[in-house]
Design a protein around this ligand. Structure first.
Ligand code: SOE
Length: 365
C-alpha cells in the first residue's frame, strides 16, 4: 500500500518528541516524510531538513501549508510536534487546506485555542489525530477489551498514576523551559502528563468523569506552573478513582500505572512491564497475560508485530497511533485518539485548575 506523504512542523535538531514521531511514522512503512518546517528559526529549519534529507524544506508552516496544498504530490498529512502554544495555528493552517493533522498532546495551551481548533476541525474535510501514545500499547488494548467484555464485572475503583522526576529542581533545559513557562505550556504536569493519565483511565474503562476534586502544587520555589497534581474522580455509573501525576517524584523516569477493579476482578498494567497485564478473577490466582500470548484478544493482536516473548515498547506503541491514523485516513476502522480526546483533556486540565483554585471543590470537567 502506498505510503502517505507526511510533513512535519517543529521537531528540528535538538528536539525530543519530533524524532520519536519520525521513528513511529517510519516503523510500519505507512508514511514517507517529504517536507518540513522543522523550526521557527529558518536557519535551523533548513539545517535540520538537510540533515534529514527532506525533499522540501520551509521557513514557516504557513508557506508550507499553502505550497504543499498546491502540489499534486504535496503532503497528505502533517505532524505537529511544537510546544503547546504552537499547536493551534499550524493545525488550523493545514486543516483549512484539507491536509490531515497528527498533533502531539495536549491539544493546545489555552481553552480558547482548543475551541477555535475544534471549529476548524468541524469545518475541514481533513481528519485530526492526537498522539496519546500510551493508549497504543497492546496490553492497554487488551485491558480495554477485557473491561468491555465484562471480564472484571462492574467497575468500582480506578487508580491511575504517572510519575517522573526530571523537574525535581529548577534546572534549565530546552525541554523544561517551555513546559514550565505558562505562556508556552498553558499548564504544568496536569497538562503535560496528567492528560496522558486521564486519557488512559477513560480509554480503558470507557467511563466518563462526571466530577473531580483536585489539588495542583508547585513544589519547586519560583515555578510558575504545577509540578504535581492529585485528583479524586467520580465516574458516571458510580465508580470512584484517583489520578496522580507528578514531575517531582525522584526515582521515577516515566512510570505509568493503571489499575481497574470491578466486582468480579481486577486489572493492573505498568509501563515498567508494558507487554504484561495482571488479571485477577476475584477468589482465583493472579494471571500475568503476555502480549500476543495465551488469552490475547484481537484488539491486542491487531497492534502487535512479533510473537509472544519478543518485547515491544514505547516506539512501537507510538507507531500504533500512527498506523491507526493511517487506517482512519484510508477510511478503515480505527481507535486513534482525535479531537474529542483532545477537548476532553483540555476540559480535564480546566477542571483541575478550577477545583484547585477552590480548595479542592468538586467540579464537573
Ligand atoms: C515530558 O514530561 C514528556 O516528554 C511528555 O511531554 C510526553 O508527552 C511524555 O510521553 C514523556 O514525557
Amino acid at each position: 500500500m502506498r505510503a502517505l506523504r507526511l510533513g512535519m512542523v517543529g521537531g528540528g535538531s535538538g528536539a525530543f518528541i519530533g524524532n520519536v514521531h519520525r521513528m513511529a511514522a517510519r516503523l510500519d512503512g505507512q508514511f514517507e516524510l517529504v517536507a518540513g518546517a522543522l523550526s521557527s528559526d529558518p536557519g535551523r529549519s533548513r539545517q535540520s531538513g538537510e540533515d534529514l534529507g527532506l525533499p522540501r524544506i520551509y521557513a514557516d508552516f504557513t508557506e508550507m501549508a499553502r505550497a504543499e496544498a498546491a502540489r499534486p504530490d504535496g503532503i497528505e498529512v502533517v505532524a505537529i510536534v511544537t510546544p503547546n502554544h504552537m499547536h493551534a495555528a499550524p493545525a488550523r493552517a493545514f486543516l483549512e487546506q484539507g491536509i490531515h493533522v497528527i498533533c502531539d498532546k495536549p491539544l493546545t495551551a489555552t481553552q480558547e485555542e482548543a475551541r477555535d481548533l475544534a471549529a476548524a476541525c468541524a469545518a475541514s474535510s481533513a481528519r485530526f489525530f492526537l498522539t496519546h501514545t500510551y493508549s497504543g500499547y497492546a496490553m492497554i488494548r487488551q485491558a480495554r477489551a477485557m473491561v468491555a467484555e465484562g471480564a472484571i464485572g462492574t467497575i468500582r475503583v480506578v487508580q491511575v498514576e504517572y510519575a517522573q522526576d526530571w523537574l525535581t529542581t529548577d534546572a534549565s533545559s530546552k525541554q523544561a523551559d517551555w513546559r514550565t513557562d505558562p505562556a508556552r505550556s498553558g499548564a504544568g504536569a496536569v497538562g503535560d502528563i496528567g492528560t496522558h493519565a486521564w486519557h488512559l483511565a477513560t480509554f480503558v474503562t470507557g467511563l466518563e468523569v462526571e466530577a473531580l476534586s483536585a489539588e495542583l502544587s508547585s513544589f519547586v520555589p519560583g515555578r510558575r506552573v504545577d509540578d504535581n497534581v492529585q485528583a479524586m474522580l467520580r465516574f458516571a455509573g458510580g465508580a470512584r478513582g484517583s489520578l496522580w501525576a507528578s514531575q517531582v517524584a525522584p526515582g521515577n523516569d516515566n512510570t505509568i500505572r493503571l489499575r481497574v477493579f470491578g466486582d468480579k476482578g481486577g486489572l493492573d498494567w505498568t509501563q515498567d512491564a508494558p507487554g504484561q497485564l495482571v488479571f485477577t478473577r476475584f477468589g482465583q490466582p493472579r494471571q500475568i497475560l503476555m502480549q500476543n500470548g495465551a488469552g490475547a484478544m484481537d484488539a491486542a493482536r491487531h497492534v502487535s508485530r512479533v510473537p509472544a516473548g519478543h518485547p515491544e515498547g514505547y516506539i512501537e506503541a507510538f507507531a500504533n497511533i500512527y498506523a491507526e491514523a493511517a487506517r482512519a485516513i484510508r477510511g478503515e476502522a480505527s481507535t486513534c485518539p482525535g479531537i474529542a480526546d483532545g477537548l476532553g483533556g483540555m476540559a480535564f486540565i480546566d477542571a483541575c485548575l478550577r477545583s484547585s483554585q477552590q480548595n479542592g471543590a468538586w467540579v464537573a470537567p
